[in-house]
Design a binder for this molecule. Structure first.
Ligand code: G3P
Ligand code: CA
Length: 242
């Protein structure tokens, strides 16, 4: 099966990451799926942002966990990227789920719980996906191994992925022991033998964050199952060459 192209935080090279503008652009460009990151607000609303703090991608300062959602939604999440996107808002997870519902897109939600221990994040996200009947086309990924275990306790069949950025010769066996369905690795860690070893265990391999055509072609030639890219349009063109 050909590798899937996931728009990393949406089409985030040309629109502000994790906003509706970035997701819409990814859809228009023909991405197979959307990758996004989720945190919890003070009033326990799951919201889409990469960093723990709002400083880099909004006009505010401080931690997401210290804001209520109604405070967060007043921040501008687009002007930092370009004045053309001024007024873009931070999204609740539900807004993305509602938007994706009638589109044939896969979804990769990264639980951002490796630095902050958001209590019950797994259950909160799982319940939302279940309500929207989107579990069958969603992958839940995390750098936190304990979180994979919690997800599997909630539902054995949900698609999970263990994220890894470091060199780790035990990665595949660790992911297997946790019951993860995939490993998501940094491009620099991609090796043919890792792809083979995952596939031998019936586990998928996806690679992040792949923005250069040469790297994309390399990924596709290894037979990996997917890539995460800020430029889905370019990835689609590269995949067509394989
Ligand atoms: O899910 C792949 C990738 O998004 C993980 O790294 O830092 O971009 O969330 P990061
Ligand atoms: Ca991510």
């Amino acid at each position: 099966m050909q590798a899937k192209i996931f728009a990393h935080r949406g089409a985030s090279k040309h629109a502000p990451e994790n906003t509706m503008d970035a997701f819409t652009l990814a859809y228009q460009e023909g991405a197979d799926g959307i990758e996004t990151d989720v945190h919890l607000t003070k009033d326990r609303v799951p919201v889409l942002m990469h960093d723990e703090r709002v400083n880099r991608t909004t006009n505010g300062t401080g931690y997401i966990k210290d804001y209520t959602f109604s405070q967060l939604k007043k921040l501008d999440a687009g002007a930092w990227f370009s004045p053309d996107f001024a007024g873009a808002r931070i999204l609740r997870l539900d807004e993305l789920l509602e938007w994706i519902d009638d589109k044939s897109l896969y979804l990769n939600i990264e639980l951002k719980n490796n630095k902050i221990d958001y209590r019950h994040l797994e259950t909160i996200v799982y319940d939302r996906l279940s309500n929207y009947r989107l579990l069958h086309r969603t992958i839940l990924s995390t750098f936190n191994p304990i979180s994979i275990k919690k997800l599997k306790t909630l539902n054995q069949t949900i698609g999970t992925a263990l994220l890894s950025s470091k060199r780790d010769k035990n990665l595949v066996s660790s992911a297997g022991q946790l019951g993860a369905n995939a490993v998501h690795i940094k491009y620099q860690r991609l090796q043919q033998k890792l792809v083979n070893s995952c596939h031998h265990r019936d586990m998928a391999v996806r690679v992040y964050t792949v923005n250069k055509p040469k790297q994309m072609l390399h990924c596709f030639r290894t037979g990996c199952d997917g890539i995460f890219t800020d430029v889905p349009k370019i990835a689609i063109q590269c995949r067509a060459q394989i």
